[in-house]
Ligand binder design. Structure first.
Ligand SMILES: Cc1cc2nc3c(=O)[nH]c(=O)nc-3n(C[C@H](O)[C@H](O)[C@H](O)COP(=O)(O)O)c2cc1C
Ligand code: SF4
Length: 690
């Protein structure tokens, strides 16, 4: 198909200093958890984005010196020749598909603990970052930098920039964002220096200026020099000569970088979940930058709609459309627009599972795109899949996230697929959950698959079909896939921190009851030891629906795991705003006579809380009745011509939507595949030069 001429503007080349991007699609720096320890996986991952049409593909944050060590978080390094060779794999993969390669050189300053290198960390004035997120807590405070440290920092940037050029990068960054060292110089809370690097904004910005100068010097006009900077705090501070300190900073450095890459200051605001921020949420902070510089400006904002992108450029907000998450959810987003297939874009849902994989220190995962991170080690391409290995037919029982992804990928391979869904529509848990506050964008998981399935004549979907084991035997498919989801249990939580004991009886509910339309009697207690989004979001939903709601959890925070997905600060605010009372470090031990009994998780001290309906969001078990019935009838399965019976998704091991989609995809990839080609190829770091 031809590109819609309306989007031509998005495909104009953009000059960035000495290099030219082929279009305005810019995959901004984002870590992918692979680091230099998995160089082939990392190169293949970045290469696929270039193949998908991005004009520029950047690395994640890359340490310039062992004194900037973020272990155990997955950061990359550019310290020596082995690192140069490792990054050269990335630049080769990116160049092979006609994109420019950018590298974000990084020093963490007082925000890193140097846990691995054991070098005393440093910051402008010895100030440390006291995070509420335990992963970022440490107990060594940084030392205050002296003049020698500043010289050493500039030398490290210069040397790393030279290595970056040697590795073949086209764009080399100075990174002054998100609590890291150059950013620390910009803010007076971090920077209490009385020398030429502290005090006025011009002095506080001096280190950024000098970093840009040494980077220019090191790359000798062969690479563009970009500045990535966080502007949220500075925009909130009145300037001495302009609307804000952010305006002053941009005016001061205006044309020194070849490219401005502008972002916000903390991960929850820079990379906010869709639950709390719409597409384009950065605009009010960064909208002024282009007015103060002649150099191109790239910014982000979970851009997936080509019309929003167009609007940002037409209105003079941005020159280049930056993306981290949209490029993960669909590495082929630019190509799809270019080929007039924008309706096929697999849009990011803003769930932030990807950022949770960075917090976990593992290769990136994505709810929408199960192939991400698997390009090299499993050989999974986001847009290509092997043709069917046989003429087998497949029956998929259940059309939730796992069943849908499985059926779609099998259908693309060319198998004859029948999907049987017991409910009157497909979607499984998504049908209820996407109606909860802030989760509407998650419906993209269902709607994208629905639209793609509709195009496949070899996939037939039956709704309102609850199959028994006899029905399955009678259908005569070659392979049967059980994707029947999971159900919530009424188990409680023990002082040993395992689900144990249970509550039954009137007023004891689970999310399944609410999904089925049960209206709880007031006051309601939502008791959450699942710790992901659902407990918090149900409490918010009930409170917004007029119920009197308390939220109780044995964890120390509301929706404790959502610290991993950048949601937790906003979850606390949302529950407070909805009038939900919050009780942390508390276990429910009994329910009756209009109250629940709570025990303090650590002291066991008891209190009572008024309650007529208790919603337990604790643990789930797979719906395995059908699987159990069938697996006990092996001979009949064989007689019916059924060669395999497999559980996938929540029916196998209940998890988040990301796990279900991955499980369905993996089944589809592996059906009839050569057993020798299955499994994970093992990557290894390139050897350091002795
Ligand atoms: C998994 C992940 C890793 C990230 N790592 C980095 C990083 O290494 N350096 C950086 O400057 N920003 C990093 N970011 C932030 C993104 O570059 C970007 O500013 C943010 O995600 C907002 O853009 P988006 O809405 O297009 O995702 C990361 C974001 C994600 C999702
Ligand atoms: S994990 Fe979620 S937020 Fe991240 S890219 Fe995928 S869909 Fe988007």
């Amino acid at each position: 198909m031809a590109r819609n001429p309306r989007y031509d503007l998005l495909f104009e080349p953009v000059r960035i200093g000495p290099v030219t991007a082929r279009n305005r699609f810019y995959a901004v720096p984002h870590a992918a958890g692979m680091t230099n320890s998995m160089p082939h996986m990392r190169a293949a991952f970045r290469g696929v984005k270039a193949e998908g049409g991005w004009g520029v593909v950047c690395t994640g944050y890359v340490s310039i010196d062992p004194g900037s060590d973020d272990a155990p978080l997955p950061y990359a390094t550019l310290w020596d020749d082995a690192d140069v060779r490792s990054h050269a794999l990335v630049t080769e993969a990116v160049h092979r598909h006609g994109a420019l390669a950018g590298i974000e050189l990084w020093h963490g300053g007082g925000s890193v603990m140097n846990r691995s290198s054991r070098i005393a960390p440093m910051s402008p004035s010895g100030t440390s970052w006291m995070a509420t997120h335990v992963s970022f807590m440490g107990n060594q405070r940084p030392r205050a930098m002296d003049a020698g440290d500043i010289r050493a920092l500039l030398a490290a940037q210069r040397a790393a920039a030279r290595r970056a050029r040697q590795a073949g990068f086209d764009i080399v960054y100075v990174y002054a964002g998100m609590g890291y060292l150059p950013y620390e110089f910009l803010l007076p809370e971090w920077n209490r220096r009385t020398d030429g690097y502290g005090g006025s904004l011009a002095n506080r910005a001096r280190i950024v200026r000098e970093l840009l100068e040494v980077t220019h010097e090191a790359v000798g006009g062969k690479c563009a020099v970009a500045l990535r900077v966080s502007l949220e705090e500075l925009r909130g501070r009145p300037g001495a000569h302009a609307a804000s300190e952010a305006h002053e900073l941009v005016a001061l450095l205006a044309d020194l970088p070849d490219l401005w890459d502008v972002k916000l200051d903390s991960s929850p605001t820079d990379c906010p979940p869709s639950r709390f921020a719409p597409e384009g949420s950065h605009e009010p902070v960064i909208d002024f930058v282009k007015k103060l510089t002649a150099k191109p400006v790239v910014g982000v904002g979970r851009f997936t709609s080509p019309d929003t992108m167009l609007s940002q450029i037409r209105r003079g907000v941005l020159d280049l459309i930056g993306a981290a998450r949209p490029s993960i959810a669909d590495p082929f987003l630019p190509r799809k627009i270019e080929e007039g297939r924008e309706a096929e874009i697999r849009e990011c849902i803003g769930c932030n599972i990807c950022i949770s994989s960075w917090h976990d220190g593992v290769p990136v995962r994505c709810t929408q795109n199960p192939t991400i991170g698997e390009e090299w080690r499993r050989g999974w391409h986001p847009e290509q899949i092997a043709a069917a290995g046989s003429t087998a037919s497949v029956l998929v029982v259940g059309a939730g996230p796992a069943g849908l992804e499985c059926a779609l990928s099998l259908g693309r391979r060319g198998y004859e697929v029948t999907v049987a869904e017991a409910a009157d529509d497909i979607g499984g848990r998504l049908r209820f959950e996407t109606r909860l506050p802030g989760l509407a964008a998650w419906a993209r998981v269902l709607e994208w698959r629905r639209a793609q399935l509709d195009k496949l004549p070899n996939v037939t979907v039956y709704r309102g079909n609850l199959l028994s084991a006899d029905d399955v035997l009678g259908l005569g498919a070659t392979h049967v896939v059980v994707a029947t989801g999971a159900r919530w249990a009424r188990l409680l939580y023990s002082p040993l921190e395992v689900p144990a004991g249970s509550l039954d009886g009137p007023g004891v509910l689970t999310p399944d009851d609410l999904a089925a339309g049960v209206v709880p009697e007031d006051p309601v207690v939502v008791y959450d030891f699942d710790n992901y989004y659902l407990g918090g979001v149900l409490a918010e939903h009930l409170a917004r629906g007029g119920h009197s709601v308390s939220y109780v959890t044995p964890a120390g925070h509301v929706s404790a795991w959502t610290i991993m997905s950048n949601e937790q600060p906003q979850v606390h605010r949302a529950l407070a705003a909805a009038g939900v009372s919050r009780h942390t470090l508390a276990r429910v031990t009994a329910f009756g006579a209009g109250a629940v009994t709570l025990a303090d998780q650590f002291t066991n001290a008891e209190t009572r809380l008024e309650c007529r309906a208790l919603v337990i969001v604790g643990t789930r078990f797979g719906n395995d009745r059908l699987y159990g019935d069938l697996s006990g009838r092996a001979e009949e399965l064989a007689d019916a011509g059924i060669r395999s019976l497999t559980r996938i998704g929540d029916a196998l091991a209940p998890g988040a939507i990301v796990h279900a989609v991955y499980s369905g995809h993996r089944y589809a990839r592996e059906l009839d595949a050569d057993p020798a080609a299955l499994g994970i190829r093992r990557d290894a770091p390139l050897a350091a030069v002795p």
